[in-house]
Write a protein that binds this ligand. Structure first.
Ligand code: ZN
Length: 243
């Protein structure tokens, strides 16, 4: 069983298509997961949702997804994020809104629990350290938790009562440590780790390996579309810097 794990696509179709092309070139997968924030920030929410549906991807709800359909409070968003959510809400088709409304904030399948933020706070908590990861071990029952939200790729492994971060350089397959794991594929559509390339993860449950991958995409195209629809300049600019 080999899985493609995507997160925080944020309505960036050029980035998603680059990731899918990279996947098609490099390896076949049996399933695809999206760990939330499929929309928000970016210029093509309907197109991104349609693409995930074409690919049979499964997904959970992120804070931006819920905000775009009015089920998550936008009070906690910064001004630019909130402006992008208001724009997104005006362009979502009925079909896209129904797709987002159907998303659960937590899914479980086999060895996997899938959330956007964290198992104990699926919409809002950021898992930003081994300590926060450790504090979440009791909040899910499976071996593996897939999450997003921080826009930073990371592999955490439970170890001797603690959690440690496991080195997993992009492009190389690393063996999965035995025991319980939490993995964040990084962001497809708005990377924030000072690398503007899209980030995603291929998880091979048969071979027990994880491979983080980085993929350049046509950033200028996404930026042009964002300017055309009047999305905030700071959101346009940050894509270039990956932060
Ligand atoms: Zn996000």
């Amino acid at each position: 069983m080999r899985l493609a794990v995507l997160s925080d696509i944020h309505a960036n179709l050029a980035a998603l298509d680059a990731v899918l092309a990279d996947l098609d070139r490099s390896q076949a997968v049996d399933a695809m997961w999206a760990c939330g924030d499929t929309v928000g920030y970016g210029p093509q929410p309907n197109e991104v949702i349609a693409r995930l549906q074409e690919r049979g991807a499964r997904a959970v709800m992120g804070n931006h997804d819920g905000a775009a359909i009015g089920v998550v409070d936008v009070t906690w968003f910064n001004d630019a994020a909130a402006a992008a959510i208001r724009w997104t809400a005006t362009v979502l088709t009925d079909a896209s809104a129904a797709y987002l409304a159907d998303l659960s904030d937590r899914e479980e399948e086999g060895d996997l629990t899938v959330v956007h933020g964290s198992p104990r706070e699926p919409i809002w908590e950021y898992i930003v350290s081994p300590e926060v990861a450790r504090a979440n071990l009791g909040a899910y029952a499976t071996r593996i938790c897939l999450f997003g939200h921080t826009h930073f790729p990371v592999l955490y492994a439970a170890d001797d009562g603690g959690v440690r971060e496991v080195e997993a350089p992009a492009g190389s397959s690393v063996p999965l440590p035995a025991g319980r794991l939490l993995l964040n594929p990084g962001s497809v559509g708005q990377p924030r780790d000072r690398n503007p390339d899209s980030s995603y993860l291929v998880l091979d449950l048969a071979a027990q390996t994880a491979q983080f991958r980085r993929v350049p995409y046509d950033i200028a195209r996404t930026q042009r579309l964002m300017r055309e629809v009047g999305l905030p300049a700071w959101l346009v600019e940050r894509l270039r810097h990956g932060r």
